[in-house]
Structure formats: structure tokens, C-alpha cells
Ligand binder design. Sequence first.
Ligand code: NAP
Ligand code: MG
Length: 402
Amino acid sequence: MHKINMMTPLVEMDGDEMTRILWKKIKEELILPFVDLKTEYYDLGLVHRDETEDQVTVDAANATKKYGVAVKCATITPNQQRVEEYSLHQMWKSPNGTIRAMLDGTVFRTPIVIDAIKPAVRSWEKPITIARHAYGDVYKNVEIRTQEAGVCELTFTGESGQVIRKTVAELDGPGVFQGVHNKESSIRSYAHAVFTYALSVGQDVWFGAKDTISKTYDGAFREIIADVFEEYRDRFEQAGITYFYTLIDDAVARVMRSRGGFIWACKNYDGDVMSDMVATAFGSLAMMTSVLVSPDGVYEYEASHGTVTRHYYRYLKGEATSTNPMATIFAWTGALRKRGEMDGNRELMLFGDKLEEACLRVLDKGIMTKDLVLLADPAKVSKEVLTDEFLSEIRGELEKTL
Ligand code: NAP
Ligand code: MG
């Protein structure tokens, strides 16, 4: 059979536990039979990260910058329990955090929407993508709690020697104080990543902040993002998409009444909170995809969920599991399609589309993994399947279209 050719390699980052098992099955069943796959492979499994003192994560991020597209399997972020479980030399940092910092990237999370699972919000017809600004604000705060009356001041000392001083509050008893910051460079990079991604998917961007109350701080976000947008205005017009700023309260209200199908750019805290709300309202973590985009247009695709540890322990005991591979498959299709787009390889782009359509047709037939059966309209479920059977159903559908 003719296999689809690839010109440039994709950066492939392998991972841990159940998703590492899924990774191999997805490649063998759905990709290697059809694509003459070229990847530069990095093993980000915890064992190999420990062996290389996490150098492999840095190498993978550098390769991603070089080639422009990567696909990543979920990986363990070590905690004390993992240090013992894997006899680690160190509690290595989160690979996603390392890669995000090296790419100066923004994470976009989008649910895979299917007919059998109705969003909790009735008006939502299309997915809402959340783009969370992932630097600063309350996540890099400095806090003080006091036990007596006193004055709290905010002081800035410039390189030039300039000093700006403001009274935060003068309190007549115990209280709490918080200092937060952000960087103009980070807000600019974020805006570039959001507008670049919006053009690549052809969707509007909404951004909300509280600049009526926080005139300087949130006001700076509004101004800087509007300033960066000027560089994109013409391309947005050509693409027929818009950038829309509104107060965060108004944004929240409009989102609930919307039909979906746009990118919701959020400040760090709003993105943290709203992504959990949007994900839950759309259904399942196992149906949420994630892409990291750098301001200069480098893309790294992955699933939003973790390594599904509980299923892995059952797998190790020899039990077959019903782990949902959708988000991991869509990470592959996203990366293959983007690779195709960058290389002008239409056949590869089409393959990405066809594989996604095959997955959706299997779900439309009511064939689902356990997590989806629990969420779906019972009238639309025909069969609950284990992972292997789900993958072979997808392969069957895919083969019909190739
Ligand atoms: P998780 O792996 O996402 O799993 C949490 C639970 O959600 C699972 O136990 C399972 O519920 C359900 N679930 C998630 N994905 C599923 C799928 N594909 N199919 C079916 N059910 C699914 O999160 P976690 O247990 O908090 O974290 C496990 C490990 O993953 C941790 O070591 C963490 O560091 C890592 N992690 C990595 C990433 C990443 O690399 N991007 C992200 C998050 C977490 P049931 O057990 O009830 O079936
Ligand atoms: Mg959260």
C-alpha cells in the first residue's frame, strides 16, 4: 500500500505510564501503516529523564524550535512519592513547564465535541478554546499577613535611581497584603501567540480584564494586547476574524450565551479557573486537547490529561483497560496536519483530517470507551469497548477512506 511521504521530521516526545502504552498502540495501529513517519524521537519517560539528568527535555525543546512542530505524550511531574517509586536522583521539574519556558509559549486547550455528549451549557455548539496567560500575577505574588496596626507601602526602585512609592493601605488592626507583577515582554509574547494561533485556526479572539477597577495593571494588559493586535489587524480582516475586548464580567456573561467557536484569551487566574469550568461543562478531560504555541509560531501538541496512573496500575496487573485515546490521537493529527501545512504537504494534512473524522464516526456509531459511556446520552451508546477494540474500530473506519 502507498504510504504518505513526509519531508521534514516531527519532534516526537514519548512519555509515561498508560499514555506511553497508548502512544505505541496509536502509532502502530493508526499511523505507521499509512504514513512513512519521520520523527526525531526523544524519550521523556521519567526513567530516561533521570538517566540524562533531564537534559533530554531541554534537547527536545531545542529540537522543537528547530523543526517547528512537536507531538508530546503525557509525562509524570515528579513529587516525593515518585522520587521514591523511581529512585530518582532529583525531583526533576515539570517537563511541560521547562518546554513552555524555553518556547516562551502559550497553552491553548480545546475540547473535542461529539454529538452524544451535550455540553452542560445548552447554547454551546462549537468548542471554546481557552488561552491562558501563564506568567505572573497571583502565581508569582508576595504576601504579608500582619498582627498589628500599621502601614503597607509599594516601592519601585528603578535602575536609573528613580523611586516610586505608594501607600497600599494604612490599617488600624491586623490585615493581609499582596504584591503582584507582570512583565510587558510576557504580555506581548502572549498576545503574539494568541493572534498567531487565531489566524491558524480562523477563529475570533475575546479578551476580558477588569480595567475599570484596575486601571493601571489590567489597563496595561488591555493596552499592550491592543497594541500588538495592530500588527495583525490586516491579516485578521483578510481572514474574516475579529479581536474583541470587553470587561471580564461581560465576557463571562457572553460566553455563557454564546454558541462557542472562538478563542477566549484569559489572564492567568481567569484562565486557571475558567478552563476547569469550560472543560467540565464540555464533558471529559479525556476529550481535551492542548497545544503550546510560541510567539514565533512553533507548535507542540498534546493531550490535556495526565498519564492515567490508575489505569496503568491495572494494566501492569494484566487487566485490559478502557482508556480513552482520543486526546492523544488528536495530538498526533494536529501535529501531522501542522507539519503538512508547513511543508506544503497536502496529503499529510488530509490524513490528519481523515483520522479525526474516523474517530468521530466511531463515536457517532455509539462505540465508546468507559469514561464516555458514563457521560453520553444512553440512547446514543451502542457498545462499551476496551482501548484495543476502540483503536481497531477507528482503523476500520480510516481504511474505508484511504
Ligand atoms: P490524569 O492522568 O489526567 O488522570 C486522572 C483521572 O482522570 C484518571 O484516573 C481517570 O479517571 C481520568 N482520565 C484521565 N485521562 C483519561 C483517559 N484518557 N481515559 C480515561 N480516563 C481518563 O491525572 P492525575 O492522575 O492527576 O495525574 C497522573 C500523572 O500525570 C501525574 O504523575 C501527573 O504528574 C501527570 N500529569 C501530566 C500531565 C502532562 O504531561 N501534560 C498533565 C497532568 C498530569 P478514572 O481512574 O476514574 O478512570
Ligand atoms: Mg485550575
